[in-house]
Design a protein. Structure first.
Length: 363
């Protein structure tokens, strides 16, 4: 397991790379070009510059999260071929820069969604939280988006970029005609185009589960559990078509047995990127994010990490979201301190599991 941390770049992230370099066991950065709109062609010089920034800090850039998929691709519009061509060229440029994995999602309109970006916790920290009843009460997605935007502290949430939010109502009209099956067909069309390029250039696609893993605002969500993950992999039956297995996203549905999912897909070597975090179930459709330690939430991080170990996972992992602790302010879910604690906790679990019965190690 290779431990990484997400970093949004010098213009969009208040955390210096030098601080991330000081977290024991963290060797890589997961990054993106946050100002590039979905569907745009990433310039090779911008990719090279980001790699230079990361490597000068003593870290490596092997994972990109995300190259956003344009809505026209998800909708299956005639213009999708232009955006797929741009995506392919971007993948080729990333491969030339030594990138091995691209994390992406196929969620319509919204990326990961929360109803509270700073929910108070009993210990005095704040965390991301979701209540389905609040989404249902708002009704209008534009109103909901505007409410969330007011609480982002000036940072754009991934998947909630201004250019996307500016056309919410138009997109909702278009998605009225899109079913779950339509979305699967459009994902298949996309993968059939990009996976052969991935095979030729040695770069892997790793789809991120929907978050939360159920329909919201009437929009179809198709990456939600074991059956849908199997179907996604079958759309392009190649080792380069893989998963970002996010325990927090899938774990929002208590029916998803996370260690079992990791063992099932890990045995097939189809997990290319691991997001490892904890959440606390508070009731149907209601969860809040927790510290990574098992006892702080509803997920058993020991069993999750052990499942990765037992299936010989040698890919990239990150601690994903964290609470805001020690008075830190910044991008919701992406402060330094709690994610650093999470990275070290996960590394500690891995070391203990290794020393208890295997010669595998964190690299």
């Amino acid at each position: 397991m290779k431990m990484t941390l997400r970093w949004y770049g010098p213009e969009a992230d208040p955390i210096p790379l030098q601080y991330i370099r000081q977290i024991p066991g963290v060797t890589g950065i997961v990054t993106s070009l946050m100002d590039m709109p979905a569907g745009a062609l990433w310039p090779a010089d911008r990719i090279a510059e980001r790699k230079r920034q990361v490597e000068e800090a003593g870290l490596e850039m092997k994972v990109i999260e995300s190259v956003n998929v344009h809505e026209d691709i998800k909708l299956g519009l005639p213009s999708r071929d232009e955006y797929i061509a741009n995506y392919i060229t971007t993948l080729e440029r990333l491969a030339d820069a030594g990138v091995e994995v691209v994390c992406y999602n196929f969620m319509p309109v919204f990326d990961w969604t929360r109803t509270d970006l700073a929910s108070p916790r009993p210990d005095g920290s704040t965390a991301l939280a979701y209540r389905q009843e609040l989404v249902d009460a708002v009704g209008d997605p534009q109103t909901f988006a505007e409410k969330i935007e007011k609480n982002t502290r000036g940072f754009a949430m991934p998947g909630w970029e201004p250019e996307r939010m500016a056309e919410i109502r138009r997109l909702f009209v278009l998605y009225k005609e899109i079913s779950h099956e339509d979305l699967f067909r459009n994902l298949a069309y996309f993968l059939e185009a990009v996976i052969p390029v991935c095979e030729a250039r040695g770069i892997s696609m790793a789809i991120h589960p929907d978050d939360p893993p159920w329909d919201i605002f009437g929009l179809p969500r198709i990456v939600t559990g074991k059956g849908s993950l199997e179907r996604v992999l079958s759309l392009a039956d190649s080792p380069r078509n893989g998963l970002t297995l996010c325990t927090g996203s899938l774990g929002a549905d208590p029916d998803n047995d996370l260690p079992s999912l990791i063992r099932f897909f890990g045995a097939q070597k189809r997990i290319h990127f691991a997001h490892i975090r904890n959440i606390r179930h508070c009731g149907p459709g209601h969860f809040e994010e927790a510290a990574h330690r098992s006892d702080d939430g509803s997920l058993d991080l020991y069993e999750i990490v052990k499942a990765y170990h037992d299936t010989g996972f040698q890919g990239y992992a990150r601690p994903d979201h964290g609470r805001m602790i020690f008075g830190e302010t910044g991008r919701a879910g992406y402060g330094l301190y709690d994610r650093a604690l999470g990275a070290v906790y996960i590394s500690g679990l891995w070391e203990a599991i290794v020393k208890n019965g295997s010669k595998e190690s964190i690299s």
